[in-house]
Every structure is written in structure tokens, then in C-alpha cells.
Design a protein around this ligand. Structure first.
Ligand code: SAM
Ligand code: SF4
Length: 475
């Protein structure tokens, strides 16, 4: 094991824990949310300002149904104004479910002795990657339990294996990671394998609530986890993803915790997190946790809208934990990335689609079982442009969401054309005839729209090259 949290001393000022629960609750309790203030805060966000904790609390405290609708409308119009109709698609690939931690909410917890544990070997990992490429995927997130076997070197090796798979016309062009926190040397090893984003979710920002559900293993150490992405930054990984597992504590506190985490990054590293995730707790194998803080659908939509407005420049990730009707709804309020065709069973992609999920073989229950093809159809018919774009990462333009947000014309110049090019690749290589027709007519419509404000000659040329068999073209 190369990480030693028990020996971890926070001597470096930059790595001091930065959550003060008393301060957060005081702000929530002392902030008024009258109509004018709520509207001013929404406007500040639409003017592209990241909201302070006090401003976020104004939105959190708005309970009048009319004002909640205004907040949702604000989030919708921010998404539309800043990001347009693109939705980036990815898939999670579970590499190993060995775990020495005992997180009460997770099917991989060490106290679950009934599950047969699996770690994919190289051949199995290649098979899984091929199956995902066959669906049409270009972006994956590799997921691991926390275990001495899953060293930084092991993770780096699995990343390299996935990048090495070339299959028919396809390959995986961006590998993100969701794994345990490492020390700085460990993070360096993983960075060198060429990862995109490194995600670590704090689960809950409230330390007493954190201690209640993290019953054993390294993950019990709240500070080690809270400062993990600081160590990633120190190791040169500036593309990090934060998240909270909603349902462990009061959602209002978690939203403030996430915004406080963003402040911290901005203040210390001059760059915010790349993505924010907001999973809600789902059922897991023989899970038995308190239902006190479970988040209702209504509050979920509210909190996603508030997060969109509070941190207008990050990517927002919504996964297949949520059922399709909630995903379709929340998509409008600022989500930028979703997974498609998700299968959580270790080795499950190469076995084919399961009709009923076997909870003993996965981390938690998923509620959107649509295949990638089904999701693509629905996105296209609703006017979204599904995107598999990885251009920024590959050209070294890190912080793509921030650039989309802050660089005038960036989306029209890069993101929208690249989304269309990757959609065209999908239509050529993986789509049914009907999807192909619908997809190309969407592309045509979007190119015409783009042509009103810029020259689309090069884009048309590249689209033509893709039809003739060229791949991996981007701006
Ligand atoms: N083992 C690593 C860790 O804990 O950081 C990898 C993460 S885990 C495989 C991915 C995330 O799934 C966790 O951070 C947690 O937020 C989420 N998760 C775990 N159990 C869940 C459940 N029952 N419902 C929804 N999400 C869950
Ligand atoms: Fe292990 Fe992560 Fe599950 Fe906790 S959430 S039991 S650390 S896999």
C-alpha cells in the first residue's frame, strides 16, 4: 500500500480542511430569501458570476413554489445561453470491487461477505472495452473499490490497457477515474497514464454524518478524503471532479459544502473543479441505512438547478442511478454529461444487456436501463446534440467546461462542430438506419444555424470526410 493516511499530517497550509459546519449552518439560518434577492442572485449567475455561499443560501432558502420555478427557469436559461444543446455521453467501467472500506451505503463494503469479488484481468478489461466501443462509446470512467491491490501503478496500467484497445473504427479517447484518494506520488503515477478527470466524492461534507456511515477502513478519515483533490492538484492533476452522495445528510448543507469546495479550489489553485456530481443514494445489496435525509424528486430537481446557478462554469454529471423520467427532466436544468447503456456488473458489458439487475453483482441499483442506442435516439429526437468529443483533452486544452463558459465564441468555434463530428462518426459506425437519418437531419439543421454567424466550410468538409471513412477529426 503506498498511501498512509494514518501518518497523514496536515502541515501544508494549502491542505487544511476547509469545511466549517458552524459557519455553513449560520449562513443558511441567517439568510433571507425574499423575491427580489432571489431574482438578483439568479441574475448574477446569468451574468456569469460564480455565487458566494451567502448567495447560494438565498436560493436554498427560497421555498415559495413560484420562486422555485424561477430558479429552475434560471438554470434552464443559463444552460441554454452558455452551453447550448450538447450532451456529452460516457460509460462507467467497473474494474474491481475488492474493498477494505465499510461504507454502509455501498454494495462493495467489506462487511458484505456474500458477494463474490471480481477484479478484471487484462484480457477481461480488453473485452469490456471492446464491448463499449461496439456500443459507440469514446469516453469512459474507470471505477475501483479501495484495496491494497489497486495501487496507483495498477490503476495506471488499467488506464493504459484501455487506451491501447483499437477495435474496428473505434477506440476510447478519454479515460476518467473514480477511485480512492492517493498520496501525491501516487497521483503522479496515475496522471502519467494520461487520465482525463479524477473524481473523488466527499459523500457528505458533514463530518459527524460522515463518521456514522463510514464504519471501517482508510475512508473513515474524513480529512484525508476532503483534501484528496488538493493532493491531486499538487501532483499536477488539475482536472478534478467533486461530488456529494445526496441522502446522507441535509441536502442544503451538501450544496453549500460543494460550493465551499469550489471556493477553496479557486482560492488556492486559481481553477475550480472540472465537474460536479450529485448522486442520490440508491438501493444496494442488503443496504440498511437511515432514511432521514433521503432527497425527494422535487428537492433533487431544485438542488440541481441551484448547483447549476451557483457554479455556472463546471460540467454537471447525471448518472443512470436516476430513472429516465428524472434524467429527462433534470437534463434541461444544466446537466452536461450523462452515461448511456450503463452496466455495473463486473464484466457485464461483454455478457450483454441484463433485463433485471442482480444487486449482488453491482455497487448499487441503477434505474435507467436504456441502451446507448435508445438514449441517442431520444436525445436526437428531443433536439439535443449527443457528443463524444474529446478534442480539448487531446489538444491539451484542459478545463474545457471553463473555456466553454468563459471564452467568447468557444462553443461555436470548437464544441458545437466537434459534437457534430463525433455524432456523425456514431451515425456512420453504430446507428440504425432510422437513427442515421434523424441524426443527419439534426446535424444539417445545426450546421445551417451555425452558418448564420460563421463560415461552416471546414465543418462541412470534415463531415464529408467522415462519410468517406475518415475518423477522429476535430477542431
Ligand atoms: N471506492 C471509491 C470511492 O469510494 O471513492 C470509488 C467510488 S465508488 C465505486 C463511486 C461512488 O459511488 C461513491 O463515491 C459513492 O458516492 C457512490 N455510491 C456508493 N454507493 C452508492 C449507492 N448505494 N447509491 C448511489 N451511489 C452510491
Ligand atoms: Fe468501497 Fe468506494 Fe464502496 Fe466505500 S463507496 S465500500 S470505498 S467501493
Amino acid at each position: 500500500m503506498i498511501y498512509h493516511p494514518e501518518k497523514y499530517r496536515i502541515e501544508d497550509k494549502r491542505m487544511q480542511p476547509f469545511i466549517d459546519p458552524g459557519e455553513i449552518w449560520e449562513i443558511i439560518r441567517n439568510t433571507r430569501a425574499d423575491k427580489q434577492r432571489v431574482r438578483d442572485v439568479i441574475q448574477a449567475s446569468l451574468d456569469k458570476k460564480r455565487l458566494s455561499l451567502g448567495e447560494t443560501a438565498v436560493l436554498i432558502n427560497a421555498t415559495d413554489p413560484g420562486l422555485i420555478e424561477e430558479i429552475k427557469e434560471g438554470a434552464r436559461s443559463l444552460k441554454e445561453k452558455v452551453y447550448g444543446e450538447r450532451i456529452v455521453l460516457f460509460a462507467p467501467l467497473y474494474v474491481g470491487d475488492l474493498c477494505t472500506n465499510n461504507c454502509q451505503y455501498c454494495g462493495f463494503r467489506s462487511s458484505n461477505k456474500e458477494t463474490k469479488r471480481v477484479t478484471l484481468n487484462r484480457e477481461e478489461l480488453i473485452l469490456e472495452t471492446r464491448s463499449l466501443i461496439d456500443q459507440g462509446h469514446k469516453r469512459l470512467i474507470l471505477v475501483y473499490g479501495e484495496h491494497p491491490k489497486y495501487t496507483a501503478g495498477f490503476i495506471a496500467e488499467t488506464v493504459e490497457t484501455v487506451y491501447g484497445v483499437k477495435h474496428k473504427n473505434g477506440e476510447i479517447r478519454r479515460v476518467n477515474i473514480n477511485a480512492a484518494p492517493f498520496d501525491i506520488p501516487g497521483f503522479r503515477v496515475i496522471k502519467d497514464s494520461g487520465i482525463g478527470t479524477y473524481q473523488v466524492f466527499q459523500e457528505t461534507y458533514h463530518e459527524p454524518a460522515y463518521r456514522k456511515v463510514h464504519l471501517g477502513g482508510v475512508k473513515r478519515n474524513y480529512d484525508w478524503r476532503l483534501t484528496s483533490l488538493d493532493r491531486a492538484q499538487e501532483a499536477g492533476i488539475d482536472d478534478v471532479g467533486i461530488g456529494a452522495l445526496f441522502g446522507l445528510y441535509d441536502w442544503r448543507f451538501e450544496v453549500m459544502g460543494l460550493v465551499r469546495h469550489v471556493n477553496h479550489f479557486e482560492a488556492v489553485y486559481n481553477v475550480g473543479p472540472h465537474t460536479i456530481s450529485f448522486p442520490r443514494i440508491q438501493n444496494a445489496f442488503s443496504m440498511d441505512i437511515s432514511r432521514e435525509y433521503l432527497v425527494s424528486d422535487g428537492d433533487f430537481v431544485r438542488l440541481v438547478s441551484i448547483l447549476r446557478l451557483a457554479v455556472p462554469y463546471t460540467g454537471m454529471i447525471l448518472t443512470a442511478r436516476e430513472p429516465s423520467h428524472i434524467r429527462d427532466q433534470v437534463l434541461r436544468f444544466g446537466v452536461s454529461q450523462i452515461d448511456g447503456g450503463t452496466n455495473l456488473e463486473l464484466g457485464g458489458y461483454s455478457k450483454g444487456k441484463q433485463e433485471v439487475q442482480d444487486l449482488s453483482k453491482g455497487q448499487f441499483q441503477i434505474n435507467d436501463n436504456r441502451s446507448l442506442a435508445e438514449i441517442m435516439d431520444e436525445l436526437i429526437s428531443s433536439g439535443y446534440i449527443p457528443s463524444f468529443c474529446t478534442a480539448c483533452y487531446r489538444l491539451g486544452r484542459t478545463g474545457e467546461h471553463f473555456m466553454e463558459f468563459s471564452v467568447p465564441g468557444f462553443i461555436k468555434r470548437y464544441c458545437a462542430p466537434n459534437a457534430m463530428l463525433t455524432l456523425a462518426e456514431y451515425l456512420e459506425d453504430y446507428a440504425s438506419e432510422d437513427t442515421r437519418k434523424a441524426g443527419y437531419s439534426l446535424i444539417e439543421k445545426k450546421v445551417e444555424e451555425l452558418a448564420k454567424t460563421r463560415d461552416t466550410g471546414k465543418l462541412r468538409q470534415k463531415l464529408g470526410q467522415i462519410k468517406q471513412g475518415k475518423r477522429d477529426l476535430y477542431f
